[in-house]
Design a protein around this ligand. Structure first.
Ligand code: ADP
Ligand code: MG
Length: 241
């Protein structure tokens, strides 16, 4: 049963045709690795799912929301879809706990005490229970990224989108963030992760979608990484060796 469906999505920025008839679906609980060279349209595809970009034609349905519908309830859509980027975007003047409780209190109208309990529980999930009262600048990059993931989880999303969340981190910090994502994947969270960590993708992904020049060029299980059907994926995986 798909929880995310893109059908014949076209997206251009002026004359730059970025998504060319992109169709794919993600089932409940599925972990999808979205891979491809820089500029192939991965980030744009993710941003369209959360309506951070509007599409030119085609349709996108996420958790029952018709995303391209001008009347879609963006607040509800974005409550259901958590998105985490390479840059953490934590508010520097707020503590980690305040960063996390902001959404639940202001958007979900949650009582402060309940939001505080929620913050501690999501911080526990990402291994940062002791950092609730710290400010972002007091944390390492990996810790800040885990706090950003915790902030998303506090909104109780039904799906999570990760866009190269480790590409600004050194290998040790990358590992601690990937472990958090892997645990989340194991807990049954539906997710699409754009990643260059191919070993991680091989281990965690149920499905791989390879984008090439704005199209879904190849998709399937992680087996496609071992035996690509197309020269483009062949070249992409060989660059990773
Ligand atoms: P990827 O994430 O695979 O590297 P992107 O989706 O970021 O690819 O970019 C695909 C293409 O869309 C690139 O040519 C990029 O320059 C262009 N693009 C992305 N975002 C914008 C934007 N906001 N305005 C104009 N062009 C954009
Ligand atoms: Mg990108």
């Amino acid at each position: 049963m798909p929880i995310i469906t893109l059908s014949n999505v076209q997206k251009s920025f002026d004359h730059n045709h970025v998504l060319k008839d992109v169709s794919f679906s993600v089932n409940q609980g599925q972990v999808v690795a979205l891979i491809g060279a820089s500029g192939s349209g991965k980030s744009t595809a993710l941003r369209c799912i959360d309506r951070l970009e509007t599409i030119n034609s085609g349709s996108i349905e996420v958790c029952g929301h018709k995303v391209e519908d001008p009347h879609v309830d963006l607040r509800k859509l974005r409550q259901d879809v958590g998105i985490v980027f390479q840059s953490y975007n934590l508010f520097p003047h707020l503590t980690i706990e305040q960063n996390i409780t902001l959404g639940p209190v202001s958007v979900r109208k949650m009582a402060k005490a309940e939001a505080r309990r929620l913050a501690l529980s999501v911080l526990e999930q990402v291994g940062l229970a002791d950092k609730a009262d710290s400010y972002p600048e007091q944390l390492s990059g990996g810790q800040q990224q885990r706090a950003a993931i915790a902030r998303s989880l506090a909104m109780k999303p039904k799906v999570m989108l990760f866009d190269e969340v480790t590409s600004a981190l050194d290998p040790k910090l990358t590992g601690e963030v990937l472990r958090v994502i892997e645990r989340l994947a194991g807990s049954g969270m539906t997710m699409i992760m754009v990643t260059h960590e191919m070993n991680f993708a091989r281990r965690v992904a149920d499905k791989v979608i390879f984008m090439h020049q704005g199209t879904v060029h190849e998709s399937g299980t992680v087996a496609i990484l071992k035996t690509p059907a197309t020269p483009a994926l062949q070249e992409f995986v060989s660059n990773d060796l």
